[in-house]
Design a protein around this ligand. Structure first.
Ligand SMILES: [Zn+2]
Length: 326
């Protein structure tokens, strides 16, 4: 009996290595990103304080919900952690009690837009930065989509605008957190806290109902996604997936995706567009939207989020009322 248990518990060597590799990848991506934003923070003479607070919070949260329950001290070397804590105490206090509003890469994208402004410049500088940060290649071989390594990089980003005011560009990133659990937490949390109500509504309606309700944007919508091609380190255009075709009525959704609704970069940039552009807000069509229905969908999402958070060992000593605030 004892032997059988021992045999069952023992992981195959390959799996142990992958787990250890993923843990180290998370730690090194997190640390590289922290070093980068700290440097930008000093360069920009403290203008990026909110962004640094937010990115630290988001990295620490993804760390603590990681299989290996990584604390900020596991990610940042002791001496640097102390200095960081003095300058940015907030994320150290709230990473286990508050949910982040977006992933670290989305916040980085915001910083890039603030620094470089236009799409072409942002994409170019992002490639240079990604090469410098040496984030790991997410797949073990390009053809094997099942073996994904942890990286905090979003593989796809999306830029959208209203063609009547193209100077206002909105950026979005796909969810850069690798595991299904972490993705679901970020999607549920974004539905409740972050995204424009219509985007949340579409995502939740497809997630919780057999037949979802699509959004139909005004024809002046321009929306283009890009993925980073590792071979020549440039961003290349990418067609929307079937999920985005269903959610946002985007054309040419030919690629099959197995990600949950809301995972794609389109979700974040279209939400930003709606939050900022009155014309696009006033000219959107959604079927079956009522305040009662969105309330019901949000309650359902909140319940799923609560269950998911309660199942995470590093948060399991909290009772339901103490689960991270949303
Ligand atoms: Zn998509």
């Amino acid at each position: 009996m004892m032997t059988a248990n021992r045999v069952r518990r023992k992981m195959p060597p390959g799996m142990v290595n992958t787990r250890e590799f993923n843990k180290e990848n998370f730690k090194s991506c997190g640390l590289q990103l922290i070093f980068h934003v700290m440097k930008e923070f000093k360069k920009e003479q403290n203008k990026l304080r909110t962004h640094v607070n937010e990115i630290l919070h988001s990295i620490f949260f993804l760390g603590i919900i990681h299989k290996d329950s990584l604390t900020p001290e596991d990610i940042i070397p002791e001496k640097i952690a102390e200095i960081t804590r003095q300058e940015f105490p907030e994320p150290f206090k709230k990473y286990k009690s508050h949910l982040p509003k977006r992933t670290p890469f989305s916040i980085l994208l915001d910083i890039m837009q603030l620094t470089y402004g236009t799409k072409d410049k942002v994409l170019k500088e992002l490639c240079i930065l990604m090469e410098k940060l040496k984030f790991p290649y997410p797949l073990d071989k390009p053809a094997n989509k099942n073996q994904r390594y942890y990286t905090l990089e979003s593989t796809v980003i999306c830029v959208c605008s209203n063609s009547q005011r193209t100077s206002d560009e909105y950026f979005g990133a796909s969810l850069g957190c690798r595991t299904r659990g972490a993705k679901s937490i970020m999607i549920y949390s974004s539905c409740i806290n972050t995204w424009h109500e219509h985007v949340s509504y579409a995502v939740m309606s497809f997630e919780h109902q057999p037949e979802g309700d699509s959004l139909q944007f005004h024809e002046s919508l321009r929306c283009q996604a890009y993925f980073r091609d590792w071979k020549d380190n440039t961003y290349k255009e990418r067609q929307p997936c079937m999920n985005c075709k269903r959610l946002f009525s985007l054309s040419a959704g030919t690629e099959q995706e197995h990600y949950p609704y809301g995972n794609c970069a389109e979700t974040e940039c279209l939400s930003k567009l709606l939050l900022n552009d009155q014309f696009m807000r006033e000219n959107i069509k959604i079927s079956h939207f009522t305040p009662d229905k969105i309330k019901m969908l949000k309650d359902c999402t909140r319940e799923r989020l609560r269950k998911l958070l309660a199942s995470i060992p590093s948060l399991s000593n909290m009772n339901n009322d103490d689960l991270p605030c949303f």
